[in-house]
Design a protein. Structure first.
Length: 360
């Protein structure tokens, strides 16, 4: 792996400024949020929109496409990512010449901070560290000049995100797809966070349309964190059959479970299950962890079968992580089309203000 050197401070030249040293090309990290400055302005993006850093779906191509369209593109880094993959995907994410970011799992980084160091060489503007204590990872990212974020799914996690090493609070409700907590919905958690801090707060979970974006912005969020709709878009790394499954699903077609992780032997902390589309596997095992463990002992080939199903796009067995917004995700549209549609939040907010003018 290339040697790691600290990145320029937060006041380094922004994107588009010719570099004056040998730091790899890419947008310079953003500064800390300042009073009176919105998160979008601080990050240098046109739209209050961030794609969720979904491991296995949010690669460098998707991140670049979202950033080029005016949002903040995020690269999702899972466990076991090779050094070559990290540099390749970070290069792609930075290739739009616009601010971008990356998301990491704290429990993975607890073994080694090397994946974070590799991505920091490419100068992301935002680094999100979630699912465990951000600890040294947040410190490393801040020292490199990046803003830091943490996804929270409970009041206790919110308390941790209010500590000084976290710049941005991402409130992820249980209706969101992929891994996280299932303790509280997005809107109650968002209200709790907005009353608790002056830090920028981002809403996540169940947001897939301009109406959803308008709703959370009206409440006080500075941006929305959108996963499921981008997971099914053209630039996503998701298998085409997984995209088709998301497009065909309805809002009632998801389940929150640890069964897929247990079957695959993935050591996610027990408090973080995953919301995925219901399929034949989850209908049998979603609520029967003990029975699944016994079945794994009897037939250890089940883990291999799920891995093969993921590769082949067999959605009857493989997990397709998606939130309750699956019913509002057409699938196979471009990231630019999604950003353009979500930008319609402005007209919706203006119409709401006209319906309820002050003083009437």
């Amino acid at each position: 792996m290339p040697s790691y050197a600290p990145l320029p401070p937060a006041d380094a030249p922004r994107a588009g400024t010719p570099p004056t040293d040998t730091t790899p090309a890419g947008p310079a990290p953003a500064g800390r949020p300042r009073a009176g400055h919105g998160l979008a302005a601080t990050l240098g993006v046109a739209e209050p929109l961030i794609n969720a850093p979904m491991a296995g779906a949010a690669g460098g191509v998707l991140a670049a496409a979202v950033s080029a369209a005016g949002g903040l593109g995020m690269l999702g880094v899972g466990g076991g990512a090779s050094d070559d993959w990290l540099h390749e995907q970070a290069d792609l994410a930075a290739g739009a010449g616009r601010p971008w970011g990356a998301g990491f799992m704290a429990w993975v980084l607890a073994d080694s901070l090397d994946p974070l160091r590799a991505v920091l060489e490419h100068r992301p503007s935002l680094v999100c560290v979630s699912f465990g204590d951000p600890g040294p990872a947040a410190t490393l990212a801040r020292d490199a000049g990046a803003m830091t974020a943490m996804q929270v799914g409970s009041a206790a996690e919110l308390g941790r995100a209010l500590e000084p090493d976290i710049d941005v609070v991402v409130c992820r409700g249980g209706e969101g797809g992929g891994h996280g907590r299932d303790e509280v919905a997005t809107l109650p958690l968002l209200q709790l966070a907005l009353d608790a801090t002056d830090k920028p707060v981002v809403a996540a979970g169940g947001i897939a349309t301009a109406r959803g974006l308008a709703a959370v912005l009206a409440a006080g969020a500075q941006a929305a964190w959108v996963g499921t709709r981008f997971a099914a878009c053209a630039e996503s790394l998701s298998h085409p059959r997984a995209k088709d499954a998301i497009a065909a699903a309805g809002t009632d077609d998801t389940v929150y479970t640890r069964a897929f992780d247990i079957a695959q032997g993935i050591p996610w902390p027990a408090e973080f299950g995953g919301r995925a589309l219901r399929n034949a596997f989850s209908r049998r095992w979603a609520a029967d962890y003990g029975g699944l463990a016994d079945a794994m002992t009897t037939d250890p080939s089940l883990a291999t079968a799920i891995e093969e199903a993921r590769s082949s796009g067999d959605t009857s067995l493989a997990p397709v992580y998606a939130g309750q917004s699956a019913g509002m995700s057409p699938g196979h549209e471009t990231a630019a089309d999604i950003v353009a549609e979500l930008a319609g939040f402005r007209a919706l907010l203006a119409a709401a203000a006209e319906r309820w003018p002050a003083g009437r």
